[in-house]
Design a binder for this molecule. Structure first.
Ligand SMILES: Nc1ncnc2c1ncn2[C@@H]1O[C@H](COP(=O)(O)OP(=O)(O)OP(=O)(O)O)[C@@H](O)[C@H]1O
Ligand SMILES: Nc1nc2c(c(=O)[nH]1)N[C@H]1C(S)=C(S)[C@@H](COP(=O)(O)O)O[C@H]1N2
Length: 177
């Protein structure tokens, strides 16, 4: 099981500030997932080509099971993560974005500015998170219960979570066919 954590930020990628969001995602995963997994980290600039090419490499060449991105989902000119997702996803899963915005509204009224989404390409699930370090925990807490079953359905690796942190929900056992 391999999970990629991709920080999308012009300034973090050129070292203008320290990336805090990627490490926050990694820390959340390490305290929540109890089955073995390896983390692949990337820090890249905003922009359609940058995000698209990174996601395509992670999906089609490195065959990671899950990609979590942080940043580039807003309305600013350089925020192009959703445009890149459109070029990469085979099946969009709009429920992730809906739930992320709903949960984030408890934290900030600007939650509605995020165009974050999720979806699949082959056996990889890609989920966008906002860029702000403070948003990471709340965002992952809001959607992760559905992630292990989604990975089962697309034939990706199996994840078990610490039930004290996240109760993974599997409505039906995986098919044996
Ligand atoms: N990876 C990160 N690590 C630390 N702080 C971040 C990170 N991403 C965003 N932030 C903080 O959240 C703020 C808003 O995030 P946003 O993604 O809108 O950044 P931005 O203004 O587009 O700039 P950039 O793309 O250069 O990070 C940033 O100004 C920064 O203070
Ligand atoms: N939970 C949460 N969601 C959030 C935020 C936040 O601080 N917390 N920031 C919002 C803001 S201000 C913006 S502009 C959008 C997009 O952020 P991004 O471009 O860094 O992805 O996410 C929104 N979603």
């Amino acid at each position: 099981m391999r999970i990629a954590v991709v920080t999308i930020s012009d300034r973090a990628s050129r070292g203008a500030y320290e990336d805090l969001s990627g490490p926050a995602v990694e820390e959340w995963l390490r305290t929540t997932i109890v089955t073995p997994f390896e983390i692949v980290r990337r820090i890249i600039p905003d922009g359609i080509a940058s995000v698209r090419d990174t996601l395509l490499t992670l999906c089609d060449e490195q065959h990671v099971d899950l990609v979590l991105t942080t940043g580039g989902t807003g309305p600013a000119p350089r925020d192009e993560t959703p445009e890149a997702m459109r070029e990469v996803l085979v099946k969009e899963l709009p429920g992730f974005g809906e739930q992320l915005r709903r949960a984030s509204l408890d934290q900030t009224p600007t939650a509605i500015l995020s165009r974050q989404t999720a979806g699949t390409r082959g056996r990889t699930l890609i989920v966008n998170l906002p860029g702000k370090p403070d948003s990471i925990r709340l965002s992952l807490d809001a959607v992760f219960a559905a992630v292990p079953y989604c990975l089962d359905l697309i034939g990706a690796g199996r994840i078990e979570t610490d039930p004290a942190r996240i109760q993974a929900f599997r409505p039906t056992p995986p098919s044996s066919s």
